[in-house]
Design a protein around this ligand. Structure first.
Ligand code: GTP
Ligand code: MG
Length: 337
């Protein structure tokens, strides 16, 4: 009974005040929470849990995984964080409700959109992998422009962060794509914040900066092109693989957290490596191993086809049927074939 009553007031509150304000985040030491010592607080912070809100919206399983808490303690900590946000948590609840309202960014190809459930989704990580020239970066450029379009036109009316690890970001291309969409090319470029990452640590640091940015800027899309290249070139020996995967895991969880907290779409590109011992099926596989495979919400394998066409194949989607879509890359951007 009391539950019902609560719901009603929540609804009333929402209809009255539907401002897009983000909740005020209280900067409190995590060590103030019961069951969290110095070491645990450190581990949490390393993984991007810096404030009560991030704990309050975390799942117990995540805290167990990254901080080694017992499930009971994790649940207690989360409950405590929620309690402490008390007055603030009204807005926190509204915030949580809002983040359920995912948005989508169209790709420019209706066939491709259909395959992936309508477009690149917020609060999720979308991974595109494939060989060189398969269109991974081009899709990135296209959605960097499309994300700026109003919702009626398949965008989210927001800004974009582009983390470039390979030095392949092309402003001229953005201009071209913006013109095709009727956007002012100069404005379109201003709405994309580009950073070149030089090392994997730098890349991870930039992801942390995104969280700061997202507090003040209306960021709707974060692109990392490509997510594994730096990790791959830095961690070469066999013995370093475990270290690498641990870092990648942390990076990916951090990205997912940004996606959840700020209702942002994450688009990452990934390379493939040949599997010469495979004779049937797909002879290539995405780099990054299980970590990447498990943390990406959507995975699409891109390949080149006849006549300049591209084929996208949806792999392991939790709620969409597997399938393929054909599209093409033109001077004006991604289009139906
Ligand atoms: P790597 O980063 O090398 O792994 O490849 P990628 O998958 O990121 O490839 P990318 O998205 O850069 O695709 C490059 C391909 O897009 C080129 O080979 C062209 O076929 C196509 N492309 C790029 N720009 C244009 C353009 O202006 N017009 C046309 N028609 N095609 C273009
Ligand atoms: Mg590329």
């Amino acid at each position: 009974m009391p539950k019902k009553k609560k719901k009603k007031t929540k609804k009333e509150k929402k209809s009255k005040d539907d401002s897009p304000e983000k909740p005020v985040e209280e900067e409190v030491s995590l060590e103030d929470l019961p069951g969290i010592g110095e070491k645990t607080a450190e581990k949490l912070q390393e993984n991007g849990f810096n404030d009560l809100m991030s704990i309050a919206v975390a799942s117990a399983a995540t805290l167990v995984e990254i901080a080694g808490l017992t499930k009971t303690t994790a649940m207690k900590v989360i409950r405590e964080a929620r309690d402490r946000l008390d007055m603030g948590f009204k807005t926190g609840e509204d915030f949580l409700k809002k983040r359920k309202e995912t948005g989508k960014i169209v790709t420019g190809s209706e066939e491709l959109d259909k395959l992936i459930g309508g477009g690149i989704e917020t609060q999720a990580i979308f991974e595109a992998f494939g060989e060189y020239g398969s269109g991974k970066s081009q899709i990135g450029f296209q959605i960097a422009v499309n994300a700026q379009l109003p919702v009626e036109q398949g965008g989210l009316g927001g800004k974009v962060v582009f983390i470039d690890t390979e030095g392949t970001f092309r402003p001229e291309r953005i201009k071209q794509l913006a013109e095709d969409k009727g956007l002012d090319p100069q404005v379109a470029l201003k709405n994309i914040m580009v950073a070149r990452a030089y090392t994997s640590d730098h890349q991870m640091l930039l992801a942390e900066k995104v969280k700061e940015l997202a507090k003040t800027e209306d960021i709707k899309l974060v692109i990392i092109d490509s997510v594994m290249a730096l990790f791959r070139s830095e961690y070469t020996g066999r013995g370093t693989l475990a270290d690498r995967q641990q870092k990648v895991n942390k990076h990916m969880h951090y990205l997912q957290k940004i996606a959840d907290m700020y209702n942002v779409a994450i688009y990452i590109t990934n390379q493939v490596m040949a599997r010469p011992n495979i004779f049937f099926g797909n002879p290539t596989t995405a780099v990054g191993g299980h970590v990447l495979a498990h943390t990406s919400t959507y995975r699409v394998y891109l390949r080149k086809s006849k006549g300049g066409k591209r084929i996208a194949r949806l792999i392991d989607s939790p709620h969409l049927p597997e399938g393929e879509a054909v599209f093409k890359i033109t001077g004006d951007g991604i289009k139906d074939a």
